[in-house]
Design a protein around this ligand. Structure first.
Ligand SMILES: [Zn+2]
Length: 471
């Protein structure tokens, strides 16, 4: 007799995913309540609001899911760890998420207070609901649901919740390097960010890195009259304009020596996955008010985001920018820039090449490094891709889109680089989740399907990649 509805795990006969899904359905309201309780706890790493009480709350959620839970101190805000052994021979999955959130400002732009979660129109509104509390909670509730129905997990599961993701995870790499045994796993799964803009679920294999820097040029020791001193004192704004022009040509080619040394072509599986991603380029151009995409022409839309590095001038500052005119000869100028890194590019190496370029073309200009994150890539045709896809399809009803590399940056290099683990992203958020902005929200249907997704992925990984009904 099936204990369906009793909450008692059934032992002996294997419990199918359908019963685990039914458990998730039955607990829908209770799981939303759990999420609301989590969002109600502020956890703003940038200001400290609600930290470190939030670490305790996160530890309690990990424990409630049935995992052994602990808070691990770092030089900054603590990490929260969890683990529970699965059957011998099954893979070990390390789940990564973050319990810190962005500051909620500006408060008056919210329709309801950021730390007083409200459900409206099938969405939960509140800071952190989507980024990232709802997404790692879905993973924890999947563990809890599997345990409720089966009494055991299909894989060994470890959990690592970061308390500093929103401030750049400054202590994560050092922690990982010092706790390799504790974090030892076969693969990493993270859930963060949105699904495809068109609504399709996606499986993400990598991210670009980023290296920010500032170029500072100086002229005279004070601002000068452009008539009395123009032609006498050099203009640092022109110095920067010439330097920047020497770094990237009109055809969009970055002309810093050696810059592309570690940019490798995409593999066949990656190129094929990019071709399958949906995009209406004309609609994107219309939406952005653009006549043309950036140079060079002839690159595919997603190829631009996944396969190529960029050099972006974020801002160019100096002299007078106010109303009317001021005939000033500026004495200081600053260009803020970032590079998006791909493939085997490493921030340190790229910084050195940029510094060499600056020394050669504008020796008086100073380059100041402003923080970086390495790129990360897991092959699309990795051995875990098949079971993860099968799990996603079982819960979501369709094969996910495969995204080889996201244009933005996340600290995934800690896993692929420091720990050497293949790393997979399963974003659960709605495309209009407004993360980092007022009225952040999570579509509760996505949350609900996300719990089932996480359960099904663990199930398929444990089954060694068989199809949903293949065990
Ligand atoms: Zn975020």
């Amino acid at each position: 007799m099936s204990p369906e509805g009793s909450g008692e795990p059934r032992r002996g006969a294997p419990v199918g995913l359908g019963e685990v899904f039914a458990h998730v359905d039955r607990h829908r309201e209770a799981f939303v309540e759990r999420l609301a309780g989590w969002v109600r706890q502020p956890s703003v790493s940038a200001t400290g609001q609600g930290m470190p009480e939030a670490a305790g709350h996160a530890r309690d959620l990990v424990a409630a899911a049935g995992l052994e839970a602990a808070v691990a101190e770092t030089a900054g805000w603590p990490l929260v760890l969890g683990r529970r052994a699965g059957p011998p021979g099954a893979p070990t999955v390390l789940v990564y998420g973050h319990y810190d959130v962005q500051p909620p400002d500006p408060l008056d732009a919210w329709s309801s207070p950021p730390f007083e979660p409200q459900v409206r129109g099938g969405r939960l509104y509140g800071r952190g609901g989507a980024d990232n509390k709802g997404q790692h909670l879905a993973q924890l509730l999947a563990v809890e649901s599997l345990l409720a129905r089966r009494g055991e997990l299909p894989c060994t599961v470890k959990v690592l919740l970061d308390g500093e993701e929103e401030v750049g995870s400054p202590n994560l790499a050092a922690f990982a390097a010092a706790h390799r045994d504790e974090l030892a796993a076969d693969l990493v799964i993270w859930s963060d960010g949105p699904v495809d803009p068109g609504g399709g679920w996606r499986l993400v294999f990598g991210v670009r890195g980023v290296a920010s820097f500032e170029l500072r040029a100086a002229g005279a020791n004070r601002p000068l009259h452009s008539g009395n001193w123009g032609g006498v004192a050099p203009n640092p704004l022109w110095t920067l304009v010439h330097l920047l022009a020497s770094m990237k040509d009109r055809d969009g080619r970055i002309t810093v020596d050696g810059f592309h040394d570690d940019v490798r072509p995409l593999g066949a599986a990656e190129a094929e996955a990019l071709r399958r991603l949906p995009v209406d380029v004309e609609a994107v151009k219309a939406n952005l008010g653009l006549a043309e995409l950036d140079a060079p022409a002839g690159r595919g839309f997603f190829e631009r985001l996944a396969a190529w590095p960029t050099l972006t001038v974020n801002g160019l500052h100096g002299g007078y920018g106010g109303k009317g005119s001021q005939t000033v000869l500026p004495h200081r100028a600053v260009a803020k820039c970032d590079v998006r890194l791909v493939h085997a590019q490493r921030a340190e190496d790229v910084y050195r090449k940029l510094e060499a370029h600056v020394r050669r073309h504008a020796p008086g200009v100073e380059l100041h490094r402003q923080g970086s994150m390495e790129p990360s890539r897991t092959p699309v045709d990795s051995p875990f891709t098949r079971p993860i896809r099968a799990g996603m399809a079982a819960a979501q009803g369709a094969d996910p889109l495969l995204v080889p590399v996201l244009g933005g940056s996340l600290p995934l290099y800690v896993f692929t680089g420091v720990l050497g683990l293949p790393t997979y992203g399963i974003p659960l958020g709605n495309p209009d989740q407004a993360n980092h902005a007022p009225d952040e929200n999570l579509d509760l249907d996505r949350f609900h399907t996300g719990i089932k997704t996480a359960a099904a992925v663990l199930d398929r990984l444990g089954a060694g990649g068989l199809d949903a009904d293949g065990r």
